[in-house]
Design a binder for this molecule. Structure first.
Ligand SMILES: [Zn+2]
Length: 419
């Protein structure tokens, strides 16, 4: 596959040395809460320091590593507090910016090495949005008999939101499997995983049987503006980039809180500067509208399985997120999830936990899969947190993209072959 030249490519993307938002001397802490008392301590730290700490995973379970970064101004206070509370915590780095720079240098060198080569997509690196567009177009040109792509919406910054439809006999009306990746900008392994799966479906003849049975709809980057911003300006960005006020002081809506089920009630913030800001109203955002409209364009009862792909923590989750009640087809979810995590473990020995969102992580209203479940739009829908369990967090090294995608794909197949 011919990729764009290194020169054009370097003009297109930015790297951390040009990024406006720096994380110099931000520390990253891994805490390991042993009791509910310690979970409470972490939650109180989170609410009292608000924008001075950024929890990459939520303190909801004991014996699960919790990673968070701390603004340099609060660093001494936080470390002293954790020590006083006798909480098991390790400083992973004293300078988050070093992680960002190291990743940028590595990604840059891999992309330069592969630029212009006429070969498969390089899964040993992450790809910027412009390059994903190029890959998508060249895959479509090369495998035109079984893939088409369409623009399902435009973002606030006028970028395209793409969906690929991969199907060996597109004229037959087959059950649909949908994957939504990259709705949270900084979770880079998610779009990389969607790309790997599309490549697998197109190139690997052993997947042909699946393509006879299902039509795969893949949204590789559900939040293009946020993704681009996480490459060019702020590596830790999560939301989209819509201005929330006249001056654009606080930007962005958490798209996975903007869907129309129990909108902004639990586990979502009405405050526009917050990372989990739900937006002004349900489906206020172009990205959530695009996903909604694409789902609604599929013939009723044809959508069999939907996968919302996130990172990190290694969780395989199902509805509900907004309430503790079990889904009506809870037993089906339980059976399919067990099959999925068993299949995952067989690939690279990785363990994923499974259960409903509200049980596994936290209550979160307005998420994609609750909306699908509540409106009977898909037979089953899952939200997956890919690797890892909190060692690298959002900075999953590129050599782990392939194993992460391979095991996730095994989980997806275990589900769709048993619906
Ligand atoms: Zn996410």
């Amino acid at each position: 596959m011919k990729l764009i030249s290194a020169f054009v490519f370097l003009l297109l993307i930015g790297f951390s040395e040009f990024q406006l938002v720096k994380y110099k001397n931000y520390i990253v802490i891994k805490a390991f809460p042993n009791s509910t008392r310690e979970l409470k301590i972490l939650n109180s730290l989170r609410s009292s320091l608000k924008n001075l700490v950024d929890f990459w995973s939520s303190p909801t379970h004991t014996l699960t590593p919790i990673i968070f970064s701390v603004n340099p101004s609060s660093r001494r206070h936080v470390l002293r507090f954790l020590k006083q509370q006798n909480l098991n915590a390790t400083v992973l780095t004293n300078n988050l910016q070093e992680w960002i720079d190291r990743e940028a240098r590595y990604v840059k060198s891999r992309l330069q090495a592969f630029a212009g080569r006429d070969e498969s997509i390089n899964f040993e690196t992450y790809h910027p949005y412009e390059m994903i567009e190029t890959i998508l177009k060249s895959q479509t040109a090369k495998f035109s008999a079984k893939v088409i792509y369409s623009t399902i919406g435009k973002t606030y910054e006028n970028r395209n939101i793409y969906a690929m439809v991969i199907d060996e006999n597109p004229n037959e009306s087959k059950p649909v499997v949908m994957l939504e990746c990259g709705i949270h900008a900084r979770e880079w392994v998610s779009p990389a995983t969607c790309l790997w799966i599309s490549n697998q479906l197109l190139k690997n003849s052993s997947e042909s049987e699946l393509l006879q049975k299902f039509s795969f709809h893949i949204i590789p980057v559900a939040n293009p503006d946020g993704y681009v911003y996480s490459w060019r300006t702020n590596r830790m960005w999560r939301k989209n980039r819509v201005p929330n006020d006249f001056f654009g002081f606080c930007r962005g809506v958490d798209l996975n809180r903007n869907f129309g089920t129990n909108f902004c009630k639990t586990g979502a913030s009405p405050i526009s500067c917050d990372n989990s800001y739900c937006g002004k109203k349900a489906f206020s955002e172009k990205e959530s509208q695009a996903i909604r409209d694409h789902v609604l364009s599929i013939k009723k009862s044809k959508l069999k399985a939907f996968f919302s792909v996130h990172s990190f923590s290694q969780f395989w989750m199902y509805p509900y997120g907004y309430k503790d009640d079990l889904a009506q087809n809870h037993e089906q979810y339980n059976t399919l999830s067990k099959l999925a995590v068993d299949a995952i473990r067989k690939v690279h020995e990785e363990q994923y936990q499974y259960g409903s969102i509200s049980k596994i992580i936290y209550k979160a209203s307005g998420n994609t899969i609750d909306w699908l479940q509540e409106n009977n739009l898909s037979e089953v829908s899952f939200a997956i947190e890919l690797r890892d369990k909190g060692y690298y967090g959002f900075f999953l090294p590129p050599h782990l993209i392939r194993p992460t995608a391979e095991e996730f794909w095994a989980g997806v197949k275990a589900v769709i072959q048993n619906i």
